[in-house]
Every structure is written in structure tokens, then in C-alpha cells.
Write a protein that binds this ligand. Structure first.
Ligand SMILES: [Fe+2]
Length: 316
């Protein structure tokens, strides 16, 4: 059986991609951002997922405003990097996993999440930047990736609750796939930021940090945040954080937070990053947790057993 072993959230700021592509990662401004992902890359190299599901949003690269699917699942064999106006990023073509993707599509649609199946799609910085942050810059990405593009650019985006429940449905889909695959799911984007208008440059660290806390401990609370509250507290583009709830919905209720990083700013955005591991059954991390000790027989039970044995001997 396939299983989701962990969830990762990551910023997907395009300027991070530009800093990588232009070899600026050692500059003091960018070093502060990239150093926060060094441990994450080590974690990912150890975790070695067989497949990643990357929840991100397309920025008018694959979908223009003519067609805006709410949830679009990439079922193709590969996804080339998109040309976002200055040529495609020099990153490897993303290889898909069409069999698992088709299985997820069937399972979630039968569970009444009417996602759009996409058989041809280019992927932009929303997907490739988090790949760089977690995998570095290899010649080939080390595992297949299933992109899940979510509309957060044209009103109305999905609610946080809908996203969380879709995460649940994705988990069910993954766990009904017969091949033994270890899957890591990404939620990307955020955190607080506003790109244009009178509040351009808005960053709300208090909101962001509370969001990170609740992502680990009380995600259901986050599912009740309305769109207007994201707008007010986290800026117009802060709505990207609903995508993190798809990732969180795909995990156990109780998770182990193994890493967190938060820094301000990267470009005009707050960068938030967290790694959550599933603690539960079959998550593949059982070796790190002690097996529960065998229950010692209570003194009372021992006495009762001895008395019973004595009575049996007397009767015999
Ligand atoms: Fe974005």
C-alpha cells in the first residue's frame, strides 16, 4: 500500500528561483533565506520519497484567465518548466507519475471532489522553487512529482475547509493504491504578503507564526478562517495559505513537527517552512519511536490468579 509519510510547506517566491538561477544564494540577503533550508534538504535526502505530490498555484503560466480550474491534477508523464516571461527556468523537466495520478483522480472524484484532470501542463515557479529548496539543484529531480494546481489567483478560491477535506480524500486515494510507495506532500506559497495596492509590502508575522503553530497542533481551527480574514490579516496574496491545508488534511491528526523556519522578508514576502511527519501506523518512521512496553500484570490480578490456582488445586 502507498502511504503519505510527511508533509512539507514551503514558500515559492519567484525571486528565490531567480537568486538560484543567477548564483546569488551566497549573498548575505539570500544566504539568510537559503540557510533555513539546509536541514530540510538533509531531511529530504534521508526521507527519500518515491513520489511527491506538490500542491501549488499556477501564476497564469499554464492557465490564462480564460480557464481557471479550482483544482487541477497533473496526470501527464512529464511537466516542462514554463516560460514566465524571461525563458523557462534552467531546472529539470518534472517527471510525473501518471498511474498514481490517475488513481488519485478517480478516487477523489468518486469522493465528490470534481477536480480537473490535466494531461498536458507546464509548471511555473510555484512548483519549481519549492523543489529547489527541498532537493537543491540536481540534474534530474530524484523522484516523480504529481502537481496539484489550486486557484488562488482569481476570486473565488476554494475555502480552507474544502482544501483540508480534499487533503483527506487524497490520503484515502494514496492509501488505496496497491504499490508500496512512500509519498511526501507539499503545500506551497504564502505566507503573509501583498504585491500591489496601498498595502503593498504588508507582512504580519504574528498571524504567520500563529498559523504555523496551528498547522501542527490545531489545523481544524485554520479551516474556519474566512477569505476576508486572510485578506485583512495576511494581505491579498496571503490566501495562498489555504493550499497548506490540503497538505495538512492528508496527514494524521497528530503529527510530529520535525522542523520549522520563518524569516522576513524574501522579496516582499514572509517565508514560512515546516516539516511534519506522520506518527501513525505504517508511516515509515516507527523506528524512531519506542515500541510500547508490554503491560505488566497488576499486583491485584496476580493475587487473584494465585488464589484461583490454589482453589483449583484444592478442588483437584
Ligand atoms: Fe504564488
Amino acid at each position: 500500500m502507498a502511504r503519505i509519510v510527511a508533509g512539507v510547506t514551503s514558500s515559492h517566491v519567484p525571486a528565490i528561483g531567480a537568486a538560484i538561477d543567477n548564483h546569488q544564494t551566497e549573498e548575505p540577503y539570500w544566504k539568510r533565506v537559503f540557510s533555513g533550508f539546509e536541514k530540510s534538504k538533509e531531511w529530504m535526502a534521508k526521507t527519500k520519497p518515491d513520489v511527491c505530490i506538490v500542491v501549488y498555484n499556477d501564476h497564469a503560466s499554464a492557465f490564462s484567465v480564460e480557464i481557471v480550474p479550482t483544482f487541477a491534477l497533473g496526470c501527464a508523464a512529464e511537466f516542462p518548466p514554463a516560460d514566465e516571461g524571461w525563458g523557462p527556468r534552467p531546472v529539470p523537466v518534472v517527471k510525473g507519475h501518471p498511474q498514481l495520478a490517475a488513481h488519485i483522480a478517480q478516487s477523489v472524484i468518486l469522493d465528490e471532489f470534481d477536480i480537473t484532470v490535466v494531461n498536458k501542463m507546464e509548471v511555473d515557479h510555484g512548483l519549481t522553487v519549492p523543489m529547489n529548496l527541498l532537493f537543491g539543484s540536481p540534474k534530474q529531480w530524484p523522484c516523480p512529482v504529481i502537481p496539484l494546481a489550486v486557484n488562488v489567483v482569481l476570486y473565488p478560491p476554494p475555502t480552507g475547509h474544502r482544501c483540508f477535506m480534499l487533503g483527506r480524500a487524497i490520503r484515502k486515494a494514496v492509501e488505496s493504491y496497491p504499490e508500496d510507495l512512500r509519498v511526501v506532500i507539499f503545500g506551497t506559497g504564502g505566507m503573509s504578503h501583498q504585491i500591489s495596492g496601498p498595502r503593498a509590502g504588508l507582512i504580519n508575522s504574528k498571524f504567520d507564526k500563529a498559523f504555523l503553530d496551528n498547522l501542527t497542533k490545531d489545523p481544524k481551527k485554520l479551516t474556519r478562517i474566512p477569505h476576508l480574514e486572510y485578506m485583512r490579516e495576511a494581505g491579498a496574496e496571503g490566501i495562498e495559505m489555504v493550499m497548506w491545508l490540503i497538505m495538512r488534511g492528508a496527514l494524521d491528526d497528530k503529527v510530529e513537527e520535525v522542523y520549522r523556519f520563518y524569516t522576513v522578508p524574501a522579496s516582499n514576502t514572509a517565508v514560512g517552512h515546516i516539516i511534519l511527519e506522520n506518527r501513525g501506523r505504517g508511516s515509515g518512521f516507527a523506528s524512531r519511536h519506542k515500541a510500547p512496553a508490554k503491560r505488566k500484570p497488576a499486583a491485584g490480578r496476580l493475587k487473584r490468579a494465585a488464589a484461583l490456582a490454589k482453589a483449583e488445586r484444592i478442588r483437584g
